[in-house]
Write a protein that binds this ligand. Sequence first.
Ligand code: ATP
Ligand code: MG
Length: 528
Amino acid sequence: MDKDINTIPKGTLKFLLFASKPYRVVAFVASLFVIAASVVGMSTPFIFKRLVDTLNGISGIGPESVGWWAAFYIIFGLASALLWRCSGFSGMRWATGVRATGREKLTEYVTGHSYNFFSNRFAGAIGNKINNAADGVTNLVQSFLWDWLSFFIEVAIGLGIIFYTNTYIGLIFVGWILFLAPINIFLARRKIKYSLAAQERETELRAQTIDILTNINAVRDYTRRSFELGRLGELITIRRNTGIKNWSYSESTMMLNNVFESLFIGGMIFTTIYLWLAGILTAGDIVLVLTMTSAIRKDIANIGKRFNEFAETIGQVKEGLNDILREHEVQDVLGAATLETSTGEITLENISFDYDSKEIFKNLNLEINAGERVGLVGRSGAGKSTLMKLIMRQFDVNEGRILVDGQDIKMVNQESLRSAIAIVPQEPLLFHRSLKDNIGYGKASATNEDVISAAEQAQAHHFIDSLPNKYETLVGERGVKLSGGERQRVAIARAFLKNAKILLLDEATSSLDSESEMMIQKALEKLM
Ligand code: ATP
Ligand code: MG
């Protein structure tokens, strides 16, 4: 696993740079193509002007050069279009690359979170956040290349050409940009609030939908469909209202832009006609200024929309990163050693633990010697499962130490600790994969024979063998297609296969008949 995983930057733009690292070259090439395409594209209005002036006989060159300017116009148009496509072929590698890298790194980081992180969140919501962040950085790349970069180049060239034609018109242009840009930036900053709210409501709504679908049996068994639909309906309405607020804000800013834009175009037309009447501008100049104006006008009018989209995407990525990139609660200490297991002794030294101030253990001492079989007895909710989670270091103890073979589990790396322990949880869940894959999960190198032999010891072979697809049978999401006892036996087989020094069984035979239980006890004895 990557060691640099803890250094994923949390800021949106920094994260974008981080995810772009493997695609530096292609990002550079794509940027060059965008610049070239914009430059060539912006030269066509200039050629058009020369064409008009030549037609009017102003340039003093004979009419034979009309053909040349017309040909230039066509060639430059085609060249610019081809350069845009080249920017597409290279830019897509960058855009799809950041999505892939972003998703990979975020998934890697998220799976390193503690048990607590997952108990407080819906799995579906976490998945959405990863997707939103990954899609978001892709959108940022696209908007950088094809909105912002081309925008700046076009405006710069447009301004240059207009200033070259006439200083007054140039000044009007600059004044207009200086007036509109700050207004739009200000408005876009305020918009982040609305888009963040909409995004949060969306995430919540999706999570609740998934929760209902996960519990669909309870919903039906207790005839609570209309209750759930009503509850969901409220969330849908809230989501829609935040959407309307968000969108309304965009419409208002665009409307404001439209008004300014019309004023500007009007002013431009009157000024150019006035200058033409005064003999300062030629007909070609007017064509040039007006085509330039309409080209840049679209850009400037869209600056508000683009800023809004940009702000929205930043909001989307930020929301995801804020939650996903929280510090891992349970971490390896710097330079954590690998756990050296010899006999599998477990010692609890004066441990105290509580869940958010709910005290579970206070100064508990316990010694489990090598080869010893210890059963924990306690009322429901006493903390038996919690104790196993502490030994697996799913949580850190608040006080005291847990030692495995004399080593503090806080000081060794988590992977080495967990690979020394096989656990059968109280409510084992299975992957929606074949039985073979589910049992073989206990040991990466397991052969078919290993799997079958583990299943035999766990009293699972018999029922598996009677299934039409035997070990290839898919078990349904979380293993729903198996009975409770069957699921337990699959989980036990998986733990047997792991063949670890320490075996933790959390009421692992609670759903089994006494005969299977006895057989499993026997297998356990042999195993030990
Ligand atoms: P059972 O015999 O019912 O399985 P148990 O002894 O295994 O019970 P635990 O699962 O360890 O009990 O839970 C101990 C207490 O801690 C319970 O009161 C439970 O409500 C609480 N608890 C368990 N997990 C959490 C959690 N993630 N956050 C907060 N409280 C928790
Ligand atoms: Mg329990």
